[in-house]
Ligand binder design. Structure first.
Ligand code: CA
Ligand code: CA
Length: 253
């Protein structure tokens, strides 16, 4: 009887011990799960807070930068607008100045043209008044050309010129040569070597300067040629006998 009772007590104690061990295991497991859950929650909160810390101020910083950028761009735009307005004012002023200068230039040009015309008329009037009636003005000198068909010796031609208060023409420039060449046909000019053969002198006593405008082969003094004619075709000179009768040209120096 005692053995049986002891077996029952031992069995009861064994069951009780097994029950206690299971309960402890479940409690431990539950505690572990609860701890793990808490850790997860804590990590989640930390992660969320950390993300907020990392990213929470960025939009605000960006907004400030954008505001500064907009402010600076607005200032630049205003400055550029002011500069553009000033350039427009300067351009307008320059245009007005150019118009004034153009107007002044036109006025001065008109005055210059009028003065030139006045000078030309005065010169024409002075030349007209310079020469006696019947003589032609040219380069501040007066010229007389014998009538077409008229012909005299060199001496008679000069006598006619002297009676006109002139003398046979003296040619010293290309312009005078061209002018005289176109006046008459074969014509006496005031050049001769009557005083000394080969020493050509003008009627005012001056020597021929330079080589003259002789035809090729002239002067050749064939048959005592001491007086000079001028060819109407090319203005070339030729010595001929002074007794020939030709046209003549007088000049008032
Ligand atoms: Ca001669
Ligand atoms: Ca000759």
């Amino acid at each position: 009887m005692d053995d049986s009772r002891n077996l029952m007590v031992a069995d009861t104690r064994s069951r009780y011990r097994l029950l206690s061990q299971s309960t402890v295991w479940w409690i431990g497991a539950a505690a572990a799960c609860l701890g793990l859950l808490l850790l997860t929650v804590i990590l989640s909160l930390v992660a969320q807070n950390g993300g907020a810390i990392r990213h929470g101020n960025k939009p605000q910083v960006c907004l400030m930068e954008c505001e500064n950028l907009v402010y600076n761009l607005t200032k630049d735009k205003d400055a550029l607008r002011d500069e553009r307005d000033q350039l427009r004012i300067n351009a307008s002023n320059l245009t007005k100045a150019i118009e004034v200068l153009q107007s002044q230039y036109n006025t001065v040009s008109a005055s210059r043209d009028k003065l030139q015309e006045d000078v030309r008329r005065l010169n024409v009037s002075r030349e007209d008044q310079l020469c006696p009636q019947g003589l032609m003005p040219f380069n501040n000198k007066c010229y007389f050309a014998s009538a077409k068909g008229a012909a005299k010796t060199w001496e008679d031609s000069r006598k006619d010129c002297l009676e006109r208060r002139a003398d046979l023409v003296i040619i010293t420039t290309k312009e005078e040569l061209d002018f005289v060449t176109n006046l008459c046909s074969r014509t006496w000019i005031g050049l001769s070597d009557t005083q000394q053969e080969g020493k050509w002198k003008w009627v005012d006593g001056t020597d021929l300067v330079g080589v003259g405008n002789w035809h090729t082969g002239e002067p050749n003094d064939i048959g005592n040629e001491d007086c000079v004619e001028i060819s109407p075709s090319d203005g070339k000179w030729n010595d001929v006998p002074c007794t020939e009768k030709l046209s003549w040209i007088c000049m008032v120096p």
